[in-house]
Design a protein around this ligand. Sequence first.
Ligand code: BES
Ligand code: MN
Ligand code: ZN
Length: 489
Amino acid sequence: MLEFKPLAVRPKDVAASLAIVGVFEERMLTSAAAELDAASGGVLKRLMESGDLSGRVGTHSLLHQLPGLATPRVLVVGLGEQRKFDASRFLRATREAHKALKGLPVEQAASYLTEVDVPRQDMAWKLSQSALIADYAAYKYTATLKARPERVELREVQFSAGSYVGDALARASAIAAGVRLARELGNLPPNICNPAYLAEQAHELARRHPEISVQVLERAEMETLGMGALLAVSAGSDHPPKLIAMSYHGGSGAKPHVFVGKGITFDTGGIDIKPAAGMEEMKFDMCGAASVFGLMEAVARLKLPLHVVGIAPAVENMPDGRSYRPSDVVKTMAGHQVEILNTDAEGRLILCDALTWAQRFEPATLIDIATLTGACVVALGSHASGLMSRDDDLANELLAAGERSSDRAWRLPLWEDYQSQLDTGFADFANIGGKYAGAITAGCFLSRFTEGQRWAHLDIAGSAWDAGRKGTATGRPVAMLVEWLLGQP
Ligand code: BES
Ligand code: MN
Ligand code: ZN
């Protein structure tokens, strides 16, 4: 974890081993850059005139040993045209700056980007976004790598905060810890991060935070409860399923906000097996569960005065002689008979029983988070999570929290019109809805298990990890959900 501190010294006196300042296009210096320029005898202006510093957004230059400065390195970040500067360019430039820090022998960095005015955003927003971006860039997966010789690593970032005295940096630090936990669990390989491992991590979380208590349901209890859908998915795996519940009591007697995260620790597709190419990415199919762990970590660190319950059904989906099959009919805990038409639509099957069980906690709100459908990735790509809800107020609150935290969602409809796609002659309904609107019909399936609840569904199939060979988990939508909880009375 990085440490974050407010920064009071001016750029020429900063002691950190690197200072970050911004410049606009058209040879416009920010005030911090102008101060460095003056102290160093006009180096920055000369570099702008020669064209070495363009100021274009997305660019950066690292300058060493400028005369007249206490710090040995200055990272100059392009902010684009000043009149076009806005929140999204602020975020882009900040990301660029912190990516550029990777690999440098710098322990302590001081950023003056937070001094730049961003239309419609205040200092608290700039600080918390910057801190989250810095920690995101600094995270490195090492769990299964050979130990490397010690290198100098970034451990502290200071942000110029003007006269601001609030707790934005402390809050961001708590959220960053949650994002990190979600990312780390997501990135771990499925031979380590199996259902039992996730259950153990829940106990670990409770050991760190005494306000959290943990309950893990084993297969026998699931059988007693009649969780036929969850158990069908787990039937082909040698790893017994775990239904993990983490309860945080922040001194409020109110009904809890309950989060349910899909925890398929590996999704082969089962008997409807997936193609080999890209199957390794299905280790990320527990990122919904990972985000629930991350959320609990952040909530406990923030000491929110709320009651929050995180539930993670943890199951592996494997092909085997004991596997469930296409055309099987399974009975859910809610009593609905479901015809399995595709064993690869397993997420909704573990979630439906977990959502039914979750209602024992009498949720004030019930939110599920799942890497549920490839169709959602086709619809929205990686920039937005898919949001579905019958509750307009809850949906709007979550959309707004996503905007504020730069962890956005976009709403898809859950109209009745789509429900008939789940019709079948062999059960109450099927587990898939055909070729079209796959993200929505998955939401429709879940909606049948959340009647009467203040419920929302987040499909994070596109947002939970960066696709591709070196892709890593993003920790989304931890930031959005924490932001939403921070707004709860
Ligand atoms: N975990 C997958 C969804 C997924 C696919 C997430 C690709 C991210 C990238 C889910 O269990 C699944 O396999 N869904 C199927 C549903 C289909 C059989 C109706 C899908 O999306 O193809
Ligand atoms: Mn699947
Ligand atoms: Zn899946």
